[in-house]
Design a protein around this ligand. Structure first.
Ligand code: NAI
Length: 505
């Protein structure tokens, strides 16, 4: 264990949203903390933010008054950089500007002890580049916290090209001692979270752009079937569409216009219109007083089937068959079929593998309706379905009635490949897999980062494995052949795992 001792002094530069949060984390862990900001008013505001948070913790019984006072007493306000001299670790959380960050670290080199660690909380600037002009660039590392820092568990420890392994280990172990979930990441654009999360937004925008489903339907399916806390449009409105658009553009350009990260015109229009989201009162939703927002498309009641056949051997479908039996539907099983789903009368109701229902209907020669992935089919309250273009409404109604009999709301969406949850989860897993393939982090690193940095209900790689890597591979392959775009190419690591029959995580 190489964590700093709680008696070692920590310095934080920048008393804004992130800096104040990091001060609180370090002071709560017992360290003396020195806080510097060029603006005295910002320090006042930052300390007031900490006081408010701690007062709430006392009211809620999470700490007592003595602990609150002790934490605040450990924080020292500083009005010049020289005051930070005793610090063993300095975490910079100032404005996101490389020149200003470089200048601050340049000055710090002459103020701090030779073995002090220099850390930046930057979310988008290369740690290698910030460190490049230092006399000892090897002692520079990224410590990327998430907002709000006292609540969000994740810290990404970002290794620049020349970061000393021991420096990164000390930063890692210290963050662990502060109660954080910590992952190593190579200094690459977006690090882990801001890279792997791109498809969550971009695929949702793509589905919307192609009129696959509307905004509340996409959000509701992601929450009610996918188990995410917020849908992509709700989350973009919370983050701020201007910020989300700028992160997307920055990752896209930093990867030399990699098509997977290409921004969407819908985002650009939102930003151009000043629809930044909650903070401006209007984004994809209207947040003004008394505003009525559209709700998810939900199908009218359709008759329940009396009997169904479960086809194939996919374990994901077992809970659906159990729910069907509980609701009085007779379930027979046919394991000889290659397909995953149900037969209701002569209609195929299949778990999407990315192949559009129209194509399945033509290839198999029977009417096909596809249904979406759920994190947990027992708990899901909504399922998206899509029929082939040539399939009748009567055939669609059989699928709708089936899921309604199981207690689910049903959203009928367009026949877009992979529907909503399956498509987004497959693309998240693909991105995570590529991050591992390119040495940014480990498979565990991807999953820990996405669960603790963004509260995903499951790590995308573990999720892909639970669905079956071959199934995810099929979804990506179908997207790739449907669109013919490089954006949907399968990560080589995923391809290799499928070919070798090996696990990813
Ligand atoms: P903020 O704007 O709330 O705070 C920045 C603070 O830095 C201000 O109080 C400002 O007075 C101070 N400052 C500016 N130049 C300074 C200098 N030369 N010396 C000392 N203080 C200076 O910014 P925020 O949101 O806290 O972000 C800070 C850093 O953290 C940025 O690098 C950002 O990319 C990163 N970050 C932000 C996250 C967020 O959600 N806001 C999440 C993770 C990282």
């Amino acid at each position: 264990m190489t964590a700093l001792s709680s008696s070692d002094a920590i310095a934080v530069i920048g008393a804004g949203t992130m800096g104040a949060g990091i001060v609180q984390v370090a002071a709560t862990a017992g360290h003396p903390v020195y806080l510097f900001d060029t603006s005295a008013a910002a320090i006042d505001k930052g300390i007031a933010q900490i006081e408010k948070f701690l007062a709430r913790s006392v009211t809620k019984g999470r700490m007592d008054e003595a602990q609150r006072t002790a934490i605040l007493d450990r924080i020292t306000r500083c009005d010049k950089l020289e005051d930070l001299a005793p610090a063993k670790l300095v975490i910079e959380a100032i404005v996101e500007n490389i020149d200003i960050k470089r200048s601050v670290f340049g000055q710090l080199e002459d103020i701090l002890a030779k073995d002090a660690i220099l850390a930046s909380n930057t979310s988008s600037i290369s740690i290698t580049e910030i460190a490049a002009q230092l006399k000892r660039p090897e002692r520079m590392v990224g410590m990327h916290f998430f907002n709000p820092a006292p609540i969000m568990k994740l810290v990404e420890i970002v290794h620049g090209l020349v970061t000393d392994d021991q420096v990164a280990e000390t930063a890692f172990d210290t963050a662990v001692a502060w109660g954080k979930k910590v992952v190593h990441a190579k200094s690459t654009p977006g690090f882990i979270v801001n890279r792997v999360a791109r498809p969550f937004y971009s695929e949702a925008l793509r589905i919307l752009q192609e009129s696959g489903a509307d905004i509340p339907t996409i959000d509701s399916c992601i929450r009610e079937a996918g188990g995410f806390r917020m849908g992509p449009f709700e989350l973009m409105d919370l983050i701020g569409n201007d910020i989300n658009f700028s992160v997307t553009k920055s990752v896209y350009n930093a990867y030399y216009q990699e098509p997977r990260y290409r921004p969407n015109l819908i985002q650009q229009e939102q930003v151009a219109a000043g629809r930044f989201g909650r903070k401006s009162g209007r984004g994809y939703y209207d947040y003004s007083e008394g505003a009525e927002n559209p709700t998810a498309q939900t199908a009218d009641a359709a008759p329940a089937p009396t009997e169904i056949t479960l086809i194939g051997t996919n374990p994901l479908l077992v809970p659906l068959a159990e729910l069907a039996e509980k609701s009085g539907i007779t379930v027979t099983t046919d394991t000889t079929e290659d397909l995953s789903g149900f037969i209701i009368d002569d209609t195929l109701v299949l778990l999407t593998d990315g192949t559009p229902a129209s194509e399945l209907t033509t290839v198999i020669g029977r009417p096909a309706v596809v249904f979406d992935l759920a994190l947990d089919y027992t708990a899901a309250s909504r399922i998206a379905v899509a029929k082939g273009d040539q399939v009748s409404d009567a055939d669609l109604a059989k699928a709708v009635g089936f899921f309604q009999a199981l207690g689910k709301k049903v959203s009928v969406i367009d026949d877009c490949p992979g529907l909503i949850v399956m498509r987004i989860v497959a693309m998240l897993a693909n991105e995570g897999s590529d991050a591992v393939y390119q040495g940014v982090t480990t498979p565990q690193g991807v999953d820990i980062a996405m669960v603790n940095g963004l509260n995903y209900p499951k790590g995308p790689l573990q999720w892909a494995q639970d669905i079956g890597l071959e199934h995810i591979f099929a979804v990506l392959d179908a997207l790739s052949s449907f669109y013919g775009e490089d954006r949907y190419r399968t990560s080589p690591l995923l391809r290799r795992a499928v070919i070798a029959g090996k696990d990813l995580v």
